[in-house]
Design a protein around this ligand. Structure first.
Ligand SMILES: [Fe+2]
Ligand SMILES: [Fe+2]
Length: 223
């Protein structure tokens, strides 16, 4: 190997690492400012007829979908934080693949909010920053704990989505189709994390996660 080749390889490697961080920051700014990337799969709401919702029902459904959109912002940030500190490439790649699938959820929720003439949470940059930090800490705890964190998060999100599905006004099949597909995807992310070696988290951590998610949900519903 010539020294020129070696220098180019070293520079490329350093640049790649810097590049990855620039991509992460760029992604954080784009996602938290409300610009959703294109979904890979079609919107499950498809051509379903819109329900005749009254003003109060629209406000409530928009609140629910805003919470779900904010949850997906958190999911992107958690996965990005975990991928940033994951020890093994296989774990990092599993995190990235799950994050890519969550992009669809983000785009579908945003689309439903637009249909309801509403907006995404104004606190999205805060949700992103806080979740990235939590994800990075989970990653530092080791891959088995980090995957356990994914498993627990996805289980809690699945239960929460069922609550929202139950709360939707009768006839709002567009929101229902989106939430049903998301719930099914979150269940498969949980199984992926378990199969990859995710450990069951200690109860105090699980409770702290429920508490933190509860604060986020009650704020994102309103703003
Ligand atoms: Fe999701
Ligand atoms: Fe998920």
């Amino acid at each position: 190997m010539t020294s020129l080749t070696f220098n180019v390889m070293t520079a490329t490697r350093n640049f790649s690492s810097l590049d990855r961080w620039i991509v992460r920051i760029d992604e954080a700014l784009r996602l938290s400012s409300g610009a959703s990337p294109e979904p890979a799969r079609p919107n499950p709401a498809g051509a379903l007829a819109p329900a005749g919702l009254d003003a109060e029902q629209r406000r409530h459904v928009a609140g629910l979908m805003r919470v779900n959109h904010a949850g997906e912002i958190c999911a992107q940030a958690l996965y990005a934080g975990q991928a940033a500190t994951a020890r093994h490439d296989a774990t990092r790649e599993a995190m990235q693949q799950a994050a890519d699938e969550e992009i669809d959820h983000l785009a579908w929720c945003e689309s439903r909010l637009r249909e309801l003439d509403s907006h995404t949470s104004f606190l999205n940059p805060l949700w992103y920053a806080g979740s990235f930090a939590i994800g990075a800490l989970a990653g530092l705890a080791g891959d088995h704990w980090s995957l356990g964190f994914v498993r627990e998060t996805e289980d809690q999100v699945e239960a929460h989505l069922q609550q929202h599905i139950d709360e939707l006004p009768a006839g709002d099949e567009r929101s229902r189709a989106i939430l049903n597909q998301m719930k099914s995807d979150e269940a498969s992310h949980s199984r992926m994390a378990e199969a990859a070696g995710g450990r069951e988290l200690p109860e105090p951590i699980r409770k702290a996660m429920t508490l933190t998610a509860g604060i986020m949900k009650s704020l994102a519903y309103r703003i």
